[in-house]
Write a protein that binds this ligand. Structure first.
Ligand code: ACO
Length: 427
């Protein structure tokens, strides 16, 4: 007879234990009863970087890395990228259901109404150096927003949480666009509430003298990229938002922690690294030589491989299609030829096949952003705008989860045993 339990024999003591198995997991706290003596603290699981630890139960995003599946609230990413708007996806992630027409127009209206930032935020932004990295500006300014909205501390009130969600969704593109203008020494372009979410953001970044000729194909391509980045379950930045948010700090502070995590080159910075790699390769003819070097362990093929996806990253497939549409408008990015050749050679090579290395979401996104006119140090800012709905949904889910407490991992102490203080002149 089979049972949903795990039998453990502790060979240190000869004791047997039976732990329940639920949803393919045991509870780490159930290991605590396994002790060698009464004084023993109890067994712990050691899991640096949480490679095999589920930190929460979630209903938001489902990923099956072997079968290339990504779903938000059950809806396949392919369908959302084809049919939904970014604000519709943000609503879905937060509320769990697609909005009705009325719900969507209220949500859009609320976000539209809050796009302006307090003028003191502008003074604050102008204080950054001319060469400040836009991600540093973004994370500092979003953190500072918490001082403008002290009411955001009231995280236990659902209506209040909604207000802060609206504020963050509405103001992040404004701050991001101001950071873009700051880097160029251009005057800040204020939000235009007659435009939709994407068109307003594009206008705030590219408008000169109040004029910008909108390109609907490029705007929809940007919207698709944001949808593809909107959530990816318990990645580094989302875990940061949940962990910091578990202290019950306000959402502006928690989200700025997420932006900080995304800033790191191992997380949000990979698409920038892809462009640097393509620059380094220079021409299509040099691709085989470069691939050989990678195989010899001299560097990695950036934009390839993923911790979770061990077959094609479903987002990469969609991005490739979007790239074709964008390049039809902007003309071919000369680096695309090199990227396509890299992909072709790598996908036929046993080194990459045997390690299950396929293009990930970052392989083509940088090329698209560049064709749209965004510089490489701005790519991660665009990622942050896309990921915000995911951070907010995960933050709210964490707060509503009765099992969650302040995040506080354990450690295995391997340092010195107790020793006596040595006065400085005797050291
Ligand atoms: N190029 C060449 N070889 C690679 C690559 C790559 N991009 N990625 C992994 N490998 C090789 C490793 O050298 C290793 O080979 P070995 O078994 O002979 O030692 C094997 O494949 C397994 O690699 P790991 O590092 O164990 O795989 P892991 O799952 O830890 O890493 C990661 C995943 C970090 C994404 C990795 O594939 C990588 O560095 N890719 C390039 C950077 C990148 O594109 N990052 C973006 C990820 S998507 C995102 O964050 C939005």
């Amino acid at each position: 007879m089979t049972r949903d339990t795990l039998s453990i024999t502790d060979n240190r003591t000869g004791q047997n234990y039976e732990l329940p198995v639920t949803d393919g997991t045991i509870r780490a706290i159930d290991l605590r009863q396994i002790k060698v003596s009464e004084e023993d603290f109890g067994l712990m699981a050691y899991d640096p970087a949480y490679l095999n630890t589920a930190s929460c139960r979630s209903t938001i995003t489902y990923i099956d890395g072997d079968r290339s599946i990504l779903r938000y609230r059950g809806y396949p990413i392919e369908q959302l990228a084809e049919h939904a708007t970014f604000l519709e996806v943000a609503y879905l992630l937060a509320e769990g259901e697609l909005p009705t027409r009325e719900q969507l127009s209220r949500w859009e209206e609320d976000v539209r109404y809050h796009t302006y930032v307090h003028t003191n935020v502008i003074k604050f932004l102008t204080g950054f150096r001319y060469d400040a990295h836009p991600m540093g500006m973004l994370l500092g300014t979003v953190g500072a927003l918490s001082t403008f909205y002290p009411d955001a501390k009231n995280i236990s009130d659902a209506e209040n949480r909604y207000t802060q969600r609206v504020r963050l969704m509405a103001k992040l593109p404004t701050i991001a666009a101001f950071a873009f203008r700051h880097s160029r020494g251009l005057p800040y372009e204020f939000p235009r509430n007659d435009l939709d979410y994407i068109a307003n953001f594009v206008n705030m970044t590219f408008s000169i003298g109040g004029k910008h000729e909108p390109n609907k194909v490029l705007q929809r391509a940007l919207e698709i990229l944001l949808i593809l980045h909107a959530d990816h379950e318990q990645n580094c930045s989302t875990s940061a938002v949940r962990s910091v948010g578990s202290s019950h700090v306000d959402p502006f502070s928690a989200v700025s922690a997420g932006i900080a995590a995304l800033y790191g080159p191992l997380h949000g910075g990979a698409n920038e690294a892809v462009l640097k790699m393509l620059d380094q390769i220079q021409s299509k003819a040099d691709v085989p030589k470069f691939v050989e070097q990678v195989k010899q362990g001299k560097g990695r093929l950036m934009g390839f491989g993923h911790r979770v996806y061990k077959s094609y990253d479903p987002r990469a497939k969609l991005i490739k299609r979007t790239a074709d549409e964008v390049f039809e408008q902007t003309g071919l990015n000369p680096k695309l030829e090199i990227a396509l050749e890299l992909e072709r050679i790598a996908l036929e090579d046993d080194y990459f096949i045997s390690r299950r290395l396929y293009p990930n979401v970052d392989f083509y996104s940088g090329l698209i952003y560049q064709a749209m006119g965004y510089p490489s140090d701005y790519f991660t800012v665009l990622f942050a705008i896309g990921r915000l709905p995911g951070w907010l949904a995960q933050w709210a889910e964490m707060l509503g989860d009765k099992e969650q407490k302040i995040a506080r991992p354990r450690q295995v102490y391997v340092g010195e045993d107790e020793r006596q203080f040595v006065p400085i002149d005797q050291r």
